[in-house]
Design a protein around this ligand. Sequence first.
Ligand code: ATP
Ligand code: MG
Length: 609
Amino acid sequence: MLAKKKWTGSMRWRIVLIYFLLVFIALTIVSVFIVNQLEAYQLNSTRDNLTKTVNDTGMLTSFAEYDNLMEHQAEIQKSIDDGWDRSFREELSIVDKDLIVVASTIDNIIGQSAGRAGLEVGIITGALGGNKMEEKDGVITGNIPVKNLAYPIGEGDDVTGVVYIRADLDSIYDFLGQAKSIFVRAMVLALLVTVVLGFLIARSITVPINDVTEKAERMSQGDFSQEVSVKSDDEIGRLAEMFNLLREKLDFTLSEISNEKSKLETILKYMADGLIAIDLEGTIIHANPAALAMLNLRPEDVESKNYQEILGNKKNLELDTIKENCLQEGGQDIFDHGNSIFAIRYDRFKDEDDEDVGIIMIIQDITERQKLENMQTDFVANVSHELKTPLTTIKSYTETLLDGALEDAEISRNFLSIVDSEADRMNRLVKDLLQLSRIDHQQEKWHMKESNLISLLKLTVTKVEMTARQKQQHLNCLFDPESRVMVMIDKDRIEQVILNILSNSIKYTNEGGRIDIDVVEKDGLARIIVADNGIGMAESEIPRIFERFYRVDRARSRAMGGTGLGLAIAKQIVEEHGGTIEIESQEGKGTKAFISLPLAVRRGISNIE
Ligand code: ATP
Ligand code: MG
C-alpha cells in the first residue's frame, strides 16, 4: 500500500490551501479598498455638507460686514442661535482675529482663547491667513473622532475671523466599523465555502490521480488486471486513458516475454546438445540438463563456477582464446572429459545495446560418432587387408605356375589346392561380409520356427566331431539327449552361431583338450554353455572379441582360417532372437561361452520338429 503521507504534503490540501489563500487575499484587498473608499466618501460628504450648510446660512457674508467681531458679539451669538440648530451634532464657534471665541453653540467656551477652548489653532490661523477652507481630523476627550473645519470671514487682508465647525465623526466610524464587521463575516463565510468547495474540487482531481497511482503500484507488483475507469475528457481522463493503454501494452509485452522465456526454457531443458552460458569473466551463468548429464555434474556443482574448472582447464579453451575467436565468427573445438570426447562450438551473445554480455557454448558428445568413424575406417582397412592377403597368395602361385611350374604335376596340384583354399577363404569372407551387411540393413530374412534346441545341438556337434577327433579333443554333451528345450528360432542362423562357438573352442584348445556342452533352462531362457580348457584370453580382451575382425592373436587365428567376423555375426544373430551371448575366459585355463535364447511359449506339440 501507499505510505501515508503527511497531510500537508498531499496535493488535496495544497490545492485547498492555495484556494483559501487566493480567496483570502482577494477578499482582503477588496474589503480594505471598499472600506477605505467608504471612509473617504463619508468624510468628504461630511465636509461638503458642512461647507454647503455654512454657505447656505450666509454667515460668512453677513459676519464679514463687521470690522470687529468682538464688538458685535451679541448679534453674532444671536444669529448663531437662530440659524444653527443646536440639535446638530456639529459644534459651531466664531473665532476672531485675536483667536478669542466670540460666539459658540457651546456656551462655556465663549470669550476663551481658541487654544484653551480646545479648538485646532492651526487651522484657525490657516483660515485667518486667507485660505478658503482649513480642515483637520482629530480626537477629542472621550476618544471621539472629530473633523475640524475653519472658514475665513471676509477675504484677503480683510479677514476678521473664522467660522469654526467641529463635526462628530462617531456615527461615521460606527458605520464604517459595522461595514468592516460585515466584510469580515462575509469573508469568513466565503472562506468556509472556499474550503469546502476547494476540498471537493481537489478531491475530484486527486481521486482519479490516486486511482492511477494505486493501480500503477499494483502493476509494479505484477498485477496487470487493473483498469482505471476513465471518467472525464480532460487531462486526468487522458492520463487514465494513457495508463490503460500502457497497461495493455505492458501486459502484452510481458506475456510475450514470458512466453518466449518459457519456450526458451523448454528448448534448453529438452535439447539434446549441452548448453553452457558464461559471463565475460568465465563464470557459468547457466548450464542446461543435457550439459550437466554429459559432464556428469549436478546443478550445484556448476553454480558460479568458472567453466575451465568444470571442463578441466583445457589449454585450447582458455578464456582469452575463445574470446578472441568470438570476435570473428565464434569457434569450435574438441575436448575430452572422463572417457568421452566432446565437440564444442561457442559464440558471444550481446545485450540490447549490442554490448558483449557473455559466451554461449554448445557441447555435443561425439564419443560414439568418433568410435563409429574409427570403426568404419578400421573396417575398410580390415576388409581390404583380409581380401588382399589371399589375393596376393593366389596371384603369386598362379604366376609361379604360369612361369613353368605347371610342368610338374605334383607341384601344380599342390599349388592349385592352395589357390583353391585361398579362394574358399575369400568366398567365406565375402559371404560373412554380405551377411553382416544384410543384418545391418535389416535385409536378412528370418525363418522363425519353434524348434527343439537339443536336436539342433546334437546335429551341430556331429558336424564338428571329425575336426575335434583330429585334434584328439573330447566333446562331452552333458545335456539329456532325449529332452526337449523348445525355442523360437531361425534354425540355420542359430546353427551358424553354435558352430562358430564350437569351432572357436576346437580352434583355440590344444590337442587332447576337452570341450563340455550343456543346456539349462532358467528364468524363461534356454542357456547353451560351451566350456573348453583351451588357451583362453585375458579378461581385457573379452569386450573386444565381438568387434568385427578383432582377433586376440591375429597370426594364429589367421592360420586357423579365421577372419574375426564369427563372434560379431553370432552376437547380431542372437540379439535378433532377443537373446544374449557372453564369454568368460581365463588366460591359459579355458573359455566359457553362454548363449541365452528365450524359451518358446508352449502351444501344443503338433508342429514341433
Ligand atoms: P571366424 O570365426 O570368422 O572364422 P575367428 O574365430 O578368429 O574367425 P571369432 O569367432 O569372431 O573369430 O573370434 C574372435 C577371436 O576371439 C578369435 O580370433 C580368438 O582370438 C578369440 N576366441 C574366440 N573363442 C575363443 C576360445 N574359445 N578360446 C580362446 N580364444 C577365443
Ligand atoms: Mg570363430
